[in-house]
Design a protein around this ligand. Structure first.
Ligand code: GLN
Length: 454
């Protein structure tokens, strides 16, 4: 009943695309049965979680919030979701997102935008964006519809929605969580991770999600550390780097203040604060918006009306017409924009000027971080340049929307673990997030600094 009530309450937020309370209930029942039988319980035993609708779930519609996949029911389970079920979790439903995870506000979903449960303290009732692309996940956890949800992060889609809704979320090192069965956006960047109320819950859930998978050629063949038992908010002997290039002109006052608060909290926890430089930061956004669309245009070529979901077959149409009609009808405007940009930067005449160049700059951005991590253990920065904006405020201007990702894409391009934790409210009463970026494989360092902040 509680599950049904939660799902019903969720309809105001439009967080769920499909509800599966029976699956959450089955997981809860299994806990009772296992306990009665004296069996050991998994890390996530009985926990009802939301699943971003980018993870293939066996027999349950998987859409990536796109019309082109509407009605698609996979006959297989993604590795990450399977690991969560193996750890005892149960699925409450499939959560809304930006279409193919392209967006920062959840407004590109075919199934309508998600509404953040937060409101400004100005007495008005303006509906705010829950962030994106994991906006269904952030809204559902923030509204306490479920204690945790999966997210995916290509350029910030776990961290920015977590920041907008006052929850925690971590994108682990690229390769920690298998991409097998996760609808691909930009394969060299895509990474799954947990979104939950606090750092400890993120650590527990990440342990369940991570691990080597021979079905993903970029999966890390490393044991999963015991992140939860390794949690410690004591940062004595640790150095925290403050990247000077992130202090951009015109930075929102409240964001700058929360960054200063974070610095003070980490000092209190025993850390030494050091000034660092990430000189190629200003190239991260243009680099990301070349590489991500390039990979997307290639990944999305598979949606042709033959293999999945939607097929538009006009009277007397041939195969080419069917492809064209299906894709014209099935993809939303932002997805089409990315496919066009991606196809352009990969085209014979422009490949070297854009794609190859972007790959070179990506290497420089990585080197910046490598150098920084000889001077510090983790890096502290804001997650996003502002708190949540109103629905509709930025959706008319793609460039303005892309600017939201300015602090989150560098860690993505470098494949580094990065987390957003809640760091208080701004003057409008809206949550702000602080981001901790760690060296490759150092999720523990990231989680521990997060614990010291929360
Ligand atoms: N907002 C970024 C984009 O639109 C990141 C999305 C993501 O991380 N999936 O590409």
């Amino acid at each position: 009943e509680a599950f049904n009530a939660n799902v019903a309450a969720a309809s105001n937020l439009n967080a769920f695309i499909v509800a599966t309370p029976e699956q959450a209930l089955a997981a809860a029942d299994k806990v009772d049965a296992d306990r009665a039988a004296g069996k050991a319980l998994g890390k996530m035993a009985g926990v009802p979680i939301g699943m971003k609708d980018l993870f293939a779930t066996n027999g349950v519609q998987t859409t990536a919030a796109s019309h082109i996949l509407e009605g698609f029911k996979p006959v297989y389970e993604s590795t990450v979701s399977q690991k969560l079920w193996d750890a005892g979790a149960g699925m409450l439903g499939k959560l809304n997102l930006d279409q193919f995870a392209m967006g920062s506000s959840n407004e590109t979903s075919y199934f309508g935008n998600v509404i953040s449960p937060w409101r400004r303290n100005d007495g008005g009732n303006a509906a705010l964006a829950p962030g994106g692309s994991s906006g269904g996940s952030s809204a559902a956890v923030a509204a306490r519809l479920c204690p945790a949800a999966t997210g995916t992060d290509t350029g910030g889609s776990i961290r920015q929605p977590a920041a907008f809704t006052g929850i925690s979320g971590i994108k682990p090192t690229y390769g920690r969580c298998s991409r097998w069965g996760v609808v691909a956006f930009a394969s060299s960047l895509d990474q799954a991770g947990p979104m939950a109320r606090d750092v400890r819950d993120c650590a527990i859930m990440l342990e369940a999600m991570a691990g080597f998978d021979p079905k993903d050629s970029t999966s890390l063949d490393l044991p999963v550390p015991a992140w939860e038992s390794g949690l410690s908010p004591d940062l004595k002997g640790k150095k925290v780097g403050i990247p000077r290039e992130y202090r951009m002109d015109g930075m929102d006052d409240d964001v700058a203040k929360s960054w200063d608060d974070g610095i003070a909290w980490l000092k209190d926890a025993g850390a030494e604060i050091v000034d660092i430089s990430l000189p190629h930061t200003k190239y991260a956004l243009p680099t990301y918006y070349i590489i991500a669309p390039a990979e997307a245009s290639s990944n999305l070529a598979r949606y042709d009306g033959v293999r999945y979901g939607l097929r538009d077959l006009p009277e007397g149409a041939g195969l080419q017409d069917m492809y064209a009609a299906t894709r014209a009808d099935g993809f939303g405007p932002e997805v089409k924009r990315r496919i066009l940009i991606g196809t352009y930067v990969l085209s014979a005449g422009f490949y070297d000027a854009y794609y190859t160049q972007a790959q070179k700059v990506r290497a420089l951005i990585s080197h910046d971080f490598q150098k920084a991590f000889t001077q510090c253990d983790v890096i502290l920065a804001p997650t996003a340049p502002t708190a949540a904006f109103a629905l509709g405020e930025k959706s008319g201007d793609p460039l303005e929307m892309y600017l939201n990702d300015v602090f989150s894409v560098p860690a993505s391009l470098a494949g580094l673990p990065a987390m957003s934790v809640p760091a208080g409210l701004n003057r409008e009463g809206l949550p702000l997030g602080l981001q901790i970026i760690g060296n490759a494989f150092d999720e523990q360092g990231v989680l521990n600094a997060g614990l010291a902040i929360e």
